[in-house]
Design a protein around this ligand. Structure first.
Ligand code: SAM
Ligand code: SF4
Length: 466
């Protein structure tokens, strides 16, 4: 690509899938002459990759668009053209409506069409506007440019790979089946190739992600659909990938072989995010979760049999239509029985077009707020208890970045806890044993126990006596 470089600023809202998509958008624009900038002010192209899961998330996008409009006007006064694109689930759900509400927007692109960004930018330059919220039949992943090794390194030693998208579960509160479309799994070959590229550029931890990741059933090299457990075993065999995770899982799709992978696969980290939403059978049925409280607790027991130190996290919704005080008490009770190491919790937000929004017995805001506070208190107690059990233990930490204080690094334990340690910056990207010395409110503090663990390739060389 000739000519001056242009700058793109991509801001992600919402889940890890959006973070992954944002990176792939930047990769797709790199051959068009765009390099990424962390500053909206310096950008020629601003992309907001949006989330529609709750009302607040969608509203945040409009307030951010107000700020971007002022920035675009200031640039225009300086004779500079700034293009504004809205991507992601708000784009999918609201389409043209976004441009009506905020005329500064030039491009609207849904989560299944962002591989067409270069073409949409050309169309916007020509026609003033471009909107694409189709669910195209062609596989977007097959059209996305791979990141350069330098881009991979800049993003750190831990990487996401989207292996599955969309959802066919239709929980009655959720917009995902409408914004992300039907469930689709990428072929094993494409995922392995992506993981090998990441490993070759120095990535040591891979998280396989999907809205319903454990429903994965992508085509294997043998022509048969492979379940997630088989995919995990295959990726674990790639040299250099020392840690594996997957998220987000639905309890209904936790097959026996996936439970067994938590026992058999050393690189599969002992942490699992398994949303339950509620502890009441009545509410679970109204949410169309298709499992009971007993099913969930039985699954937790089987997982802990397979991996006794498993750190289990979850999602909860309080104030779903019709939730009584007794239903809520059942949720608090489940929290005590399951013993979570952390959780995300939300007040129910009625989403247009979902069955929950039309249900009778919507719960008032005050009750939702009061229940959320009590639920978060219960989660915090369990989180603190889990963290306390880590005190004085030596945990392997993968260092990700510098901390807030000079000389401090932040990394992740196998249980995904943030751990802060005084250590040289040369350890970023390395895994080293750390003794946990103190428990903070959001992270652990530790002391480096010894030198970083050699990388897998170095271990092989050492074992061969080289
Ligand atoms: N697929 C995952 C599952 O089945 O649990 C969850 C995906 S969703 C993107 C993430 C979380 O957002 C959900 O687990 C749920 O707790 C929350 N959520 C989704 N819709 C919501 C709504 N309408 N109001 C409040 N929270 C919601
Ligand atoms: Fe939404 Fe998850 Fe239910 Fe699918 S399984 S509808 S993504 S909450």
């Amino acid at each position: 690509m000739n000519g001056p470089r242009k700058h793109v600023y991509v801001k992600s809202f919402g889940c890890q899938m959006n973070v992954y998509d944002s990176r792939r958008m930047a990769d797709t624009l790199a051959p068009e002459g765009y390099s990424e900038t962390p500053s909206a002010e310096a950008a020629d192209l601003v992309i907001l990759n949006t989330c529609h899961i709750r009302d607040k998330a969608a509203e945040k996008v409009y307030s951010e668009l107000g700020r971007i409009r002022r920035l675009k006007e200031a640039a225009a006064a300086d004779g500079r053209r700034v293009v504004v694109a809205v991507a992601g689930c708000v784009a999918q759900a609201e389409g043209d409506e976004i441009i009506r509400r905020q005329p500064a927007v030039d491009v609207v692109v849904g989560p299944q069409s962002y591989h067409r960004l270069p073409e949409l930018l050309q169309r916007a330059a020509r026609d003033g506007r471009a909107v694409d919220t189709e669910f195209p039949v062609d596989d977007k992943f097959a059209h996305l440019a791979a990141p350069s090794p330098a881009a991979v390194r800049a993003r750190g030693a831990s990487a996401f790979i989207t292996v599955q998208e969309g959802c066919d579960k239709f929980c009655t509160f959720c917009v995902v089946p409408y914004t992300r479309g039907a469930e689709l799994s990428r072929p094993v070959r494409a995922i392995v190739a992506e993981a090998e590229q990441l490993a070759a550029a120095g990535v040591r931890e891979v998280s396989l992600i999907g809205q319903n990741v454990n429903a994965y059933h992508g085509e294997g090299p043998d022509g048969w659909p492979w379940p997630l457990a088989q995919l995990l075993h295959r990726i674990a065999a790639i040299g250099g990938i020392e840690r594996l995770r997957y998220t987000t899982s639905h309890p209904r799709d936790m097959s026996d072989d996936l439970v067994a992978a938590h026992r058999d696969l050393a690189s599969l980290m002992p942490q699992l995010h398994l949303p339950v939403q509620s502890g009441s059978d009545r509410v679970l049925a109204a949410m169309n979760r298709r499992h009971t409280r007993a099913d969930y607790l039985d699954l937790v027991r089987r997982l802990r049999d397979a991996r006794p130190d498993l750190a289990l996290t979850s999602d909860f919704i309080v104030g779903f239509p019709g939730e009584t005080a007794a239903d809520f008490a059942a949720t608090l009770d489940l929290i005590d029985e399951a013993g979570f190491s952390g959780a995300f919790s939300f007040k129910y937000s009625p989403r247009p077009g979902t069955p929950g929004a039309d249900m009778d017995d919507q719960i008032d805001e005050d009750t939702k707020s009061e229940r959320l506070q009590r639920l978060q208190g219960a989660i915090e107690r369990h989180q603190t208890a889990f963290n306390r059990r880590c005190l004085h233990r030596s945990l392997d930490v993968l260092f990700e970045r510098t901390g807030r204080h000079p000389g401090q690094l932040v990394g992740r334990s196998p249980y995904l806890q943030p751990v802060q340690v005084t250590a040289p910056a040369s350890l970023i990207g390395e895994i080293a044993p750390v003794t946990i010395a103190e428990i903070g409110s959001n992270s652990l503090f530790g002391v480096l126990t010894s030198q970083p663990r050699p990388r897998a390739q170095e271990r092989d060389l050492l074992a061969a006596g080289a």
